[in-house]
Design a protein around this ligand. Structure first.
Ligand code: HEC
Length: 456
């Protein structure tokens, strides 16, 4: 399910390159979607978003920006000198963006030019895109579940849908909220340690990748961060919540600031798609797992590649999923070769010429299918491993012994999450049902379709 057609992507890119060059040749004017909106998203939307708009001003859409905030419209089309926005972003000590580096003179010029030219909105009409928070997606069949996450207090289970993250009561008794965004696919979800933020990554294939930060209480979008031209995978948050890491289809892994969306790290040492990222406990390093089979260690602040954690990965096949032990610097990786492996993140023994797998802590028994999802329980005593043939197994980490095995109607498993109290395991996959299993016995407690079918 993860295989992508590289040729199609390359053909698409060549197409885009041609379109871009012809657009440049034909029109020099400043465009709202290409020039203005990315700056607003990066530098302003963190404080000026519909969920919690500073001074009543949201800048997420053209309509909100022209409506303005407490002091009225943010701009006067055709007249930059009369525009509040221009006044606030220019001068010696610009008032906006508040508490941050001023925009560059080039960026300020873009705003001036755009307003001078009439401050047009070239965004595709929302009438052509009828899906939003008020009119959420309507389903005729359940979408494949590619991501699941429990809130740290155990009350909420976040489930991926088409263009949305669905927040369910964790016992499956009802839908709490639908977080509807622009990305068609949601590939990975995590909560911040304090449970205040729901973090999701995904994208619209061959168009854009997107990381979304949602307020878990008000359900408003805090920030959407676009990156690359394709889906993002394997989201992780640093323990202090300041950094967000994800893997990309362009063979990179990236780290961005959750505060302003700026890119802190672009790691391009893999030779294939990156499906997983995990921060070390102190957030100083990030581990990346890729379809190229390698598990790599990177220093976040310097961007330096430190180590191949699984030194002898030749012949392992692609890594589909990784998870960090909640209490130690160990990471579990698994994928095509069906064998989950637990590694120390930081090397204690120097490499030898034979590339011995010195960081390996434990190898678990081979699974009955290639592995798509792995997760730890909250105290790190157990791991769950979900396979493409629909079987999920739970093991004791200390000795690798099997605790329970569960089968969900032969449905390919894509997503797993342990309830924080460790008693339940949520499993999601191809048939769009969320299954809740007893994590000690492996018995099915409940299976439910995570989206409303046929109703709005
Ligand atoms: C860290 C939070 C923060 C960021 C980032 C930020 N603002 Fe503001 N903005 C505020 C606050 C708070 C106010 C209210 C006035 C004040 O406290 O200075 C405000 C006021 C404004 C106003 C006046 C709204 C009104 O109607 O009174 C405009 C316009 C504005 N900001 C534009 C921007 C733009 C453009 C950016 C990005 C380049 C930006 N802001 C970034 C916090 C922020």
């Amino acid at each position: 399910m993860r295989t992508r057609n590289t040729k199609a992507i390359i053909a698409y890119l060549i197409g885009v390159a041609c379109l871009v060059s012809s657009a440049l040749a034909s029109a020099e004017s400043v465009r709202y979607t290409a020039d203005i909106l990315p700056i607003l998203k990066r530098s302003c939307q963190g404080c000026h978003n519909p969920a919690d708009p500073a001074a009543g001003l949201a800048v997420t859409t053209h309509a909100e920006l022209s409506k303005g905030g407490a002091s009225g419209p943010a701009f006067v089309a055709g007249n930059p000198d009369e525009s509040l926005l221009i006044r606030l972003i220019s001068g010696d000590k610009p008032a906006m963006p508040k508490f941050a580096k001023p925009l560059t003179p080039e960026e300020v010029d873009l705003f001036r030019a755009w307003i001078t030219e009439g401050a047009q909105d070239d965004a595709p009409s929302t009438q052509n895109d009828p899906i939003n928070a008020v009119q959420p997606p309507v389903y005729t069949v359940p979408p494949v579940i590619s991501a699941l996450a429990y809130s740290p207090d155990g009350k909420t289970l976040a489930v991926s849908g088409f263009r949305e993250v669905l927040l369910h009561q964790s016992d499956g008794s009802g839908l709490i909220a639908r977080l509807v965004g622009e990305a068609h696919r949601i590939e990975s979800i995590t909560f911040s340690t304090d449970g205040a933020v729901v973090c999701a990554v995904g994208g619209t294939p061959a168009q854009f990748g997107e990381a979304q930060l949602w307020n878990a209480q008000t359900h408003g979008l805090i920030r959407a961060i676009r990156s690359t031209y394709d889906n993002l995978y394997g989201v992780s948050l640093s323990a202090d919540g300041k950094y967000l890491a994800f893997g990309c289809g362009d063979k990179t892994a990236r780290v961005v600031s959750t505060e302003d969306g700026s890119e802190v790290l672009k790691f391009d040492n893999h030779s294939d798609w990156v499906f997983g990222t995990q921060f070390s406990q102190d957030g100083s390093h990030v581990v990346t797992g890729s379809r190229d089979g390698a598990l790599k260690l990177v220093n976040v602040s310097s961007g330096q590649f430190i180590d191949d954690i699984n030194a002898s990965n030749k012949g392992f096949g692609g890594i589909n999923a990784i998870a960090r032990h909640p209490k130690t610097d160990q990471v579990l990786s698994a994928g095509i070769d069906r064998v989950p492996r637990l590694y120390r993140i930081f090397r204690e023994t120097t490499r030898d010429i034979g590339n011995t797998d010195f960081n390996l802590v434990r190898e678990f028994e081979p699974q009955s299918g290639s592995v798509n999802a792995v997760c730890f329980n909250a105290d790190g005593s157990r791991v769950a491993i979900g396979a493409a043939n629909g079987e999920t197994r739970i093991y004791n980490v200390s000795d690798g012994s099997l605790v329970a095995s569960m089968q969900g109607d032969d449905v390919c498993v894509f997503a797993l999450a342990f309830h924080p109290d460790g008693t339940r395991l949520a499993v999601g996959g191809f048939d769009g049902k969320t299954r809740l299993f007893d994590a000690n016995t492996g018995q099915l407690i409940l299976a439910f379709v995570s989206v409303p079918i046929g109703i709005q």
